[in-house]
Ligand binder design. Structure first.
Ligand SMILES: [Fe+2]
Length: 505
């Protein structure tokens, strides 16, 4: 058996994925940050590669072309260049473990193509429109492909349209994030949460201030030039025109970015003529915007790790070319043992809050039940108690995880979405007064629907439902404040000591 190792690194959130060349099985996919304990760690951690090297690696695929990355940096006035060759970059990233390159073939792929492949080759479709929207990848910022498998079963990607740096929907949103005092390329989800509290009355003015053509993402000026920090030259004008309240700025930006995304989606639908959409790139993490796409495409697949970390899987997919076997997002470091269903339910009944660290870590930004802090979602006091542990901004809601067959009793799902297995859309809460902890100020929740897949988390929800009559739990990530999600048992022990909350394994 031989395996392909895909790597993404160097910008933010480095990751590694391993696939079997015999079966297309994804045998491993993990984030560097979970090993180094540094959020969004851009560099490959040795222990991540140790985990990946359990398999016989015969090929290494890198998620972008290093020389194009340097060209992009020079174009944006940044001069901290990295090696120009793939071998050079990999040697630098892998350090001593670069020895795996001795007996492996090495390849690299265009940045947006890696996003596209991570989506299409894990999707259930034989052909699809593939839309990639991120802040900046090499020089591309928006791509539309028509993807399909040829007569030999190999994935093919025909690019039909693109937008290039400095015109970028993602950079616009990051610039706003920076402008309201948050961290760009990291806190965009906080901006999205803040938007629910503001008024979007100034959205037209903001769109005019920033965009020359919203339908193509063409900006009036470069928001990024000359520094690795993002400029926000129009911020004052925009704020003056919509009042300076941060929540209003976030709400306007959210509305503008949704309008831009929907324009791109309509363009993709027209150019490709397919009802299947594969949507990738960091902007695809905006679950409020995602909820509106269901009105355009009937079938939508967003791989649960659509940003650059997920492109480690995309690079491996491009080297493989055939469809990958997608079964679960739990593909990372393993904490062995049976999922502790009974222990968790016991603790929930007595304490209302419990942690769980069991099985393989989630690949992607969302805790889906294997590295989660869980709570009884009913009643008034639970949100404050979870917030006390998480110490996060009051405007951000917690997510509910619900047995999939009960979702319509409690939530109004958006557009063509009947489920949300990976917490990728928001839905209207039907009984917000009963579930204040999982209801955002705008009456929505970022739902996780849990299918009947035999997973431990599914069994937990089933038992919780039998015991309480409530088919959902509050589900938030298990992490010590300021750190990435818990990875191994030692992290879980530290969490338990720090917060006095039992973590079941
Ligand atoms: Fe990207």
């Amino acid at each position: 058996m031989s395996y392909i190792l895909g790597i993404s690194s160097g910008f933010h959130d480095a990751a590694a994925s391993v696939i079997s060349t015999n079966t297309g099985e994804i045998v491993f996919a993990g984030h560097s940050e979970r090993y180094s304990k540094q959020k969004n760690d851009p560099h490959i951690h040795p222990e991540l590669i140790e985990d990946a090297m359990q398999w016989d690696i015969t090929s290494v695929a890198y998620y972008e072309r290093p020389w194009m990355h340097n060209v992009q940096k020079l174009r944006s006035g940044q001069y901290g260049l990295t090696p120009w060759t793939t071998a050079g970059v990999l040697k630098q990233e892998l350090g001593e473990q670069a020895r795996i390159l001795d007996n492996a073939t090495v390849s690299c792929y265009p940045h947006h193509l890696s996003h596209a492949a991570a989506g299409f080759q894990t999707s259930p479709y034989n052909e699809a429109a593939v839309v990639v929207i991120d802040a900046i990848g090499e020089l591309d910022t928006i791509s539309i492909y028509h993807a399909k498998y040829d007569e030999n079963g190999n994935a093919t990607y025909k690019r039909l349209w693109r937008q290039r740096y400095p015109h970028s929907i993602g950079l616009f949103y990051s610039a706003i994030t920076n402008g309201i005092g948050l961290k760009p390329m990291e806190d965009e989800y906080v901006t999205m949460g803040m938007a629910g509290w503001g008024s979007d009355l100034g959205a037209v003015a903001m769109r005019h201030d920033f965009f020359k053509d919203i339908s193509t993402g063409e900006l009036r000026e470069n928001l990024h030039l000359g520094t690795d920090k993002i400029h926000f030259p129009k911020y004052n004008d925009a704020v003056n025109s919509i009042s300076a309240k941060k929540e209003n700025v976030a709400a306007c930006a959210q509305r503008v970015v949704e309008e831009a995304i929907l324009s791109i989606m309509r363009r993709a639908k027209e150019l490709v003529g397919s009802d299947n959409l594969v949507y990738m790139g960091g902007v695809a993490l905006n679950c409020v915007a995602n909820s509106r796409i269901g009105a355009i495409f009937s079938n939508i697949w967003i791989m649960p790790n659509p940003g650059d970390a997920g492109s480690s899987l995309g690079a491996a997919a491009l080297a493989y070319r055939k469809p990958l076997q997608w079964k679960t997002a739990c593909l990372g470091h393993e904490i062995p043992g049976e999922y502790p269903v009974r222990d968790i339910v016991d603790k929930l009944v007595t304490d209302k809050i419990v942690g769980v660290a069991s099985g393989r870590a989630e690949f992607g930004p969302r805790a889906l039940g294997n590295r989660s802090l869980l709570a009884d979602p009913r009643g008034d006091e639970i949100k404050d108690r979870v917030n006390e542990i998480k110490r996060r901004q009051k405007f951000r809601p917690f997510a509910p995880a619900i047995l999939e067959e009960h979702v319509h009793e409690y939530f109004q799902m958006p557009g063509n979405f009947s489920n949300s297995t990976y917490m990728q859309v928001v839905a209207r809460v039907k009984h917000p007064e009963d579930f204040p902890a999982i209801t955002h100020v705008d009456g929505t929740a970022r739902v996780q629907t849990v299918p009947n897949d035999g997973s431990g988390f599914r069994k937990l929800l089933e038992m919780w439902y039998v015991w309480t009559g409530c088919p959902m739990l509050l589900n938030t990530s298990l992490n010590i404040r300021g750190e990435p999600m818990v990875n191994d048992r030692e992290d879980a022990d530290r969490f338990e000591k720090r917060y006095g909350v039992t973590v079941c394994s």
